[in-house]
Write a protein that binds this ligand. Structure first.
Ligand code: F6R
Length: 240
């Protein structure tokens, strides 16, 4: 694992966006693995700017990590809507090449369909990952099988609490999601993990310096040959 520590969250997001832009410049038909969440919002803002300055995503194929079960792609809290809002609608990506698991069909069917698509278009050239406070990657919560592939996962209380900020009062928050599995993620040729803020410091330390364990799904990334972890100083605070 390569570790890059930046003074600020903005610097960390800038490096992540630069790596994605370089990947697409080198290989316009790249298959990109994408993530949602608060950490990624500045990354997509920077990529939108780069598109304004000429970077094209027209030939890229994208696969998002996860989607809530029970939400259709046009639901305001769906991850497809997040991606539309923060990225897809602002750039020249071909909408039919921008894949997310489907939350509006039976989860088993959606999972199988997604794995088939991943096998067809993969391997992912560059996978962008965030990190949960509990060490999750995608929605592979602690105790997920390290050999898992795309499937429905129940979200832990820690994840539900962390993500409740995205839901309005009274709005139903889904308790399960379809997520690429840990083995599906490990198939990527190259992986970037972006984590910022002191809330991620324990998870970052466990991911990089702890044992490889399903208790911290991010720790499996120690077994991948091409991982860059990009953090700010706050997220790096508990590294020895
Ligand atoms: C999102 C995802 C999650 C998030 C993680 C961090 O698609 O797969 O693993 O990356 O929960 O979320 P934020 O950035 O909101 O702290």
């Amino acid at each position: 694992m390569r570790l890059h520590v930046h003074p600020t969250p903005e610097d960390a997001a800038t490096e992540a966006a630069n790596l994605i832009a370089a990947q697409v410049t080198d290989k316009p038909s790249s298959v990109l693995g994408l993530a949602t969440g608060g950490t990624m919002e500045p990354v997509y803002a920077l990529l939108r700017d780069k598109h304004e300055s000429g970077l094209s995503f027209a030939d890229a194929v994208t696969f998002n990590l996860d989607e809530y079960v029970g939400l259709s792609g046009d639901h305001p809290q769906s991850y497809r809507r997040y991606m539309q809002h923060h990225f897809f609608k602002h750039v020249d990506i071909c909408q039919s090449s921008a894949y997310l698991p489907r939350g509006d069909i039976p989860p088993e069917e959606a999972s199988e369909e997604y794995e088939t698509l991943l096998q067809k278009f993969g391997p992912i050239d560059l996978q962008l990952l965030g990190l949960g406070r509990n060490g999750h990657i995608g929605f592979n919560e602690p105790l997920s099988s390290l050999a898992s592939r795309t499937r429905e996962k129940s979200l832990t209380k820690s994840t539900l609490d962390a993500n409740s900020r995205f839901f309005n009062a009274g709005e139903r928050q889904p308790t399960t999601a379809i997520t690429m599995g840990i083995a599906s993620i490990m198939d990527a040729k190259r992986i970037i993990v972006l984590a910022v803020g002191d809330g991620k410091a324990d998870a970052v330390a466990a991911m990089i310096e702890g044992p490889v364990t399903s208790m911290c799904p991010g720790s499996i990334l120690q077994m991948h040959a091409q991982v860059t972890v990009i953090v700010d100083e706050a997220a790096a605070a508990k590294l020895t």
